[in-house]
Design a protein around this ligand. Structure first.
Ligand code: AMP
Length: 284
């Protein structure tokens, strides 16, 4: 496994993989857990070579967010990636990605304006910019993203469609702890008392999933079910609850059973702001 830092090193190392055939890319911010590794394993299965990036991207953090405190452990990450059979890791410094004078950003449209985008202005502009840089430098055949960040998947699919990028976007299922908590690097911020309270996110989504299975098609009724479960946990401070069109992320009135919906939420439990979601899959 090669580990490179600068753009030039990445380009040269990528060229070295050229003869290997199809390349799969997994972009990450590091502090890797089983969620990330599920993407890496899938990329390794479906491609001839696997490239992983580890970069805590300042452009996708707001001024009041946790950029400086974001957990990092590069040595541990590299051990996990080597064991998973990764061929190439790009772990750039901020100045490798954004050299002095950098002044071009990729601005996604409406799908980036709601939900996370509405609470985190500029977040998806930062995401779309780093993903565009990565796609150009790595030229992957496929790129792997977690459904954990469902809006990110929607924004990147739109980016790829609009710019005609020759990359297949593969969305991978959310990996959860045995008790249901969606794995996240930010879970390390949870205190021992907040950790059990954080289960309310997945519990609330499961309640909505059950109602959907039982025939509930009214989106506001589904949101109410989610809010009621969340309200029973005093440590949970709700940011948003959404039942939206899975592609545009526009809030729905009635869910079309042929299309389904994305139920998603953001909740602060103690210090960390946690997100989770559940696809309400189309029903015949
Ligand atoms: P991050 O390092 O948080 O930027 O995540 C890198 C990639 O891993 C993103 O595509 C995430 O959606 C994905 N990911 C993070 N947590 C999980 C999880 N619990 N299950 C599946 N994918 C995940």
């Amino acid at each position: 496994m090669r580990v490179v830092t600068t753009r030039e090193e990445l380009r040269a190392a990528r060229a070295g993989l050229g003869g290997a055939g199809e390349v799969g890319l997994v972009p990450t911010m590091g502090f890797l857990h089983e969620g990330h590794l599920s993407l890496v394993r899938r990329a390794a299965e479906e491609n001839d070579a696997t490239v992983v990036s580890i970069f805590v991207n300042p452009a996708q953090f707001g001024p009041a967010e946790d950029l400086a405190a974001y957990p990092r452990d590069l040595d541990h990450d590299l051990g996990l990636l080597a064991a998973a059979g990764v061929d190439l890791v790009w772990a750039p410094r901020v100045e490798d990605v954004y050299p002095a004078g950098f002044d071009t950003y990729v601005a996604p449209g409406g799908v980036a304006d709601v939900l996370e985008g509405a609470r985190r202005p500029g977040h998806f502009r930062g995401v779309a910019t780093i993903i565009s840089i990565l796609f150009h430098l790595v030229a992957p055949r496929r790129a792997y993203f977690g459904q954990k960040d469902a809006q990110q998947v929607a924004v990147i699919r739109q980016l790829v469609r609009d710019l005609g990028l020759p990359v297949e976007i593969v969305a991978c299922p959310i990996v959860r702890e045995p008790d249901g908590l969606a794995m996240s690097s930010r879970n390390t911020y949870l205190t021992a008392t907040d950790r059990p309270a954080a289960l309310v996110l997945s519990r609330a989504l499961r309640a909505a999933g059950q109602a959907w299975e039982n025939g509930e098609r009214d989106a506001e009724a589904l949101r109410t079910i989610i809010r009621e479960v969340l309200a029973a946990e005093p440590r949970a401070k709700v940011d948003y609850v959404s039942v939206a069109d899975p592609r545009t992320l526009a809030e729905l009135g009635t869910v079309d059973p042929a299309v389904g919906a994305l139920a998603s939420l953001a909740v602060r439990v103690g210090a960390p702001r946690l997100i989770d979601n559940l696809v309400l899959a189309p029903r015949a």
